[in-house]
Design a protein around this ligand. Structure first.
Ligand code: SAM
Length: 238
């Protein structure tokens, strides 16, 4: 269970609302064991000590020293697909080990978000990532950043790292794109950018290339945006 308050061995605490609701839905009882994680890599054994109405008390036990992150940090920069497809993308990307998810709006994006709607959607996607961590046992929750326009995101990107440990890959259908797995080489941190349903315009792809992205291919079929994210992670983040 994700616990958004600091965890420490030997401490008794009341679970925050979301975790308490979850424990109640599963009808855990005093004496039952559970695992708590703080979302930053901290994982602890715990025992339920009290089940009250809206109040679940636990005793935090031993720290579990376990690393569940992929060896390579894959940062997804996704042309947001509309509707529930983005929820699916966030869930699967979290299970597959994405280090972070940056939703971007491109010229052909169907989904356009601003202000309060953008904040609400970001919060929902972050909650989807937490739930996916609970399901798959991941103890570090990937950050789902606030949606930005692709142009703004590219403009804020620092100069490409020259140390050979970072790579910027643009999933592209243009001729001459190298196969993704080859292009990543031994890079330990990779940004993977892809377009939304309608793809990126030539100008958007060129702008990404000018910021150090290399065009890469996932094969000779046109994948849905969310499939492209999942396929890239399956290749890169093991
Ligand atoms: N008609 C659009 C086009 O021609 O760009 C299709 C866009 S596709 C549904 C969404 C995004 O997934 C693309 O912008 C691209 O980034 C990525 N993508 C899909 N299939 C791919 C493939 N086989 N290789 C590389 N990237 C792919």
């Amino acid at each position: 269970f994700h616990c958004s308050i600091p965890l420490q061995s030997g401490v008794a605490l009341a679970l925050p609302d979301a975790a308490a609701r979850h424990v109640q839905v599963l009808r855990l009882q005093p004496g039952d064991a559970l695992t708590l994680f703080d979302g930053q890599g901290g994982e602890y054994a715990a025992t339920v000590t009290r089940m009250g109405r809206g109040d679940v008390q636990v005793q935090v036990g031993a720290h579990v020293a376990v690393e569940r992150e992929a060896a390579r940090a894959v940062h997804l920069v996704v042309g947001m697909p509309a509707n529930e497809r983005m929820d699916w993308l966030v869930e699967k990307a979290t299970e597959l080990g994405a280090a972070s998810i940056q939703p971007v709006a491109a010229a052909r994006s169907v989904l356009r978000l601003a202000g309060e709607r953008a904040d609400k959607r970001q919060a929902r996607w972050q909650a989807v990532a937490v739930a996916a961590c609970e399901q798959c046992g991941r103890n570090r929750v990937p950050v789902v950043h606030a949606p930005l326009s692709l142009a703004d995101w590219l403009a804020a990107l620092p100069a490409a790292p020259g140390d050979g440990l970072g790579a910027r890959l643009l999933l592209s259908l243009r001729a001459g794109s190298r196969p993704l797995a080859q292009a990543a080489g031994a890079a330990l941190a990779v940004h993977v950018l892809h377009g939304p349903e309608g793809g990126l315009t030539v100008q958007e792809e060129d702008a990404a290339l000018a910021r150090g992205f290399a065009p890469v291919s996932l094969g000779p079929r046109v994948l849905r945006a969310e499939t492209a994210s999942v396929a890239a992670l399956a290749c890169l983040a093991l």
